[in-house]
Design a protein around this ligand. Structure first.
Ligand SMILES: CC(C)(COP(=O)(O)OP(=O)(O)OC[C@H]1O[C@@H](n2cnc3c(N)ncnc32)[C@H](O)[C@@H]1OP(=O)(O)O)[C@@H](O)C(=O)NCCC(=O)NCCS
Length: 164
């Protein structure tokens, strides 16, 4: 895996992400239409600085949409560009997003497994069932809480992965 960084995307980088989602949608890669149908949902958090991109050099390999306040926090969408999947980028990006949310005061991190095929990915990172197990779309809802000694320290240790 090449060296990575996480950035707040520019407008032009947002449009690059939307273009790749459109291409994915048109190609129906991996038997699903992806998040292109959520493009207006993605543009809104972008305007509110609730979007991050994972970069290798100048290339965007993934993006995430998140919610963060002191009573609720979630990774609403996280996607790795199809051609880059299976190389550890997803795990790295998710771990860094979790770290970012906990250092920003998140009490927990919630995810809705949509597509449902992502459920093992989140469970692998330590997420467990939320009290209400399914969303109204019948997707599994999972949650991750910080260990007491890691809360608010800006550092979160995931299984097999340390993020500083
Ligand atoms: C889910 C996703 C982010 C994973 O990214 P990735 O870069 O392929 O994942 P990684 O290479 O970092 O793999 C991390 C681990 O998760 C596992 N994994 C990845 N995708 C998985 C899937 N769909 N089902 C089960 N396990 C999966 C890998 O085997 C790996 O396990 P390991 O650490 O024990 O070896 C990526 O497949 C994706 O963008 N999917 C479409 C969008 C999506 O489902 N987003 C999540 C819901 S918002």
């Amino acid at each position: 895996m090449d060296a990575t960084s996480i950035i707040d995307p520019t407008k032009s980088q947002l449009e690059t992400v939307i273009r790749w989602l459109k291409k994915e949608h048109l190609n129906e890669l991996h038997g699903s239409s992806g998040f292109y149908c959520n493009r207006s949902i993605i543009r809104k958090p972008y305007r509110h600085s609730q979007m991050k991109c994972l970069m290798t050099g100048h290339l965007i390999v993934g993006f995430a949409i998140f919610s963060l306040d002191t009573t609720y926090s979630a990774i609403d969408i996280l996607e790795i560009r199809p051609a880059y999947r299976g190389n550890g980028y997803g795990r790295l990006f998710a771990t860094q997003m979790i770290n970012f949310l906990f250092s920003g005061g998140a009490p927990y991190v919630a995810v809705e497994c949509s597509p449902i095929t992502s459920e093992p990915f989140w469970r692998n990172l330590g997420f467990v069932d939320e009290e209400k197990k399914y969303s109204s779309w019948e997707n599994p809802k999972l949650i991750l809480r910080p260990k007491e000694d890691e809360r608010g320290q800006g550092r979160f240790v995931m299984r097999n992965c340390l993020v500083l």
